[in-house]
Design a protein around this ligand. Sequence first.
Ligand SMILES: [Zn+2]
Ligand SMILES: [Zn+2]
Length: 291
Amino acid sequence: MKVVYVEKPRSIMIREAPIPHPGVGEVLLRVRAGGICGSDMHIYHGTNPQAKYPRVIGHEFCGDVAEVGESVAGFSLGDHVAVDPVTSCGFCYPCSIGRHNVCSNMEVFGVHKDGGFAEYVVVGEKNLHKIPSGWPFEKGALVEPFTIAANILSRTECTSSDRVLVFGAGPIGQVILQGVRRTGAVCAVADIVDERLEKALSMGADIAVNTRKTDLEGAMMEWTGGSGAPLIIDAAGASDLFPPMLRMASPAGRIGLLSFSAASSDFVQLEAVKKELSIFGSRLNCSKFPE
Ligand SMILES: [Zn+2]
Ligand SMILES: [Zn+2]
């Protein structure tokens, strides 16, 4: 079978590999579609600190079951499935409190172990989620990015009464926007690319602000009647955004962070304490595929 193989940073190739066999509790998945994520690019560029090389990349993928291993009860040949790429140990502290997406021994398909940019991949039954057979596989591959949105909205306890500012109108910003709209909350989106902002407006953003052209802090104060945003989510990951996020947050507000940026940013403790802000990191997803 063919796989997309990153031998080391900046060295990528398609090469042959043996088709693996499913063990107990596993299936062989015929991969039908996969999404290229920013973190795949980071693995290629050598800027993903989690990645181990060489690596078959790809963690957003789906397909159909081509072979069923022993003791697999819930899946049969031909089932269409999306794959939760998070695998965990089950016995560390985060696993013990149900936070297996930050397992101390976590392995993610396509990052810590070989992933879905291959014709076939072996996946444990508990990482499989059936998708309707009528769905195009391209849609099935998009379930994983939506779980990123579901996870941060659950971490930050987004509710229908929220006013949410999302930084970044790229793919992750757009799926968060859709998640926010699904809760019934209103959403503002900030970016520096007009086309992305137009897309956000067409997907239900209340306002879209180009921060190169408009003073965002002023726009946010106006949008929130001077009180600041109850919930701010950073899907852009620029370290210089953190200080303005603290300023734009409402007292008792929440800030959700998604980026793996290693750059430091100024943190004025006073801003966080006087407003009693809550700051949440969100990584991958914690059992959000059913959502
Ligand atoms: Zn991804
Ligand atoms: Zn664990």
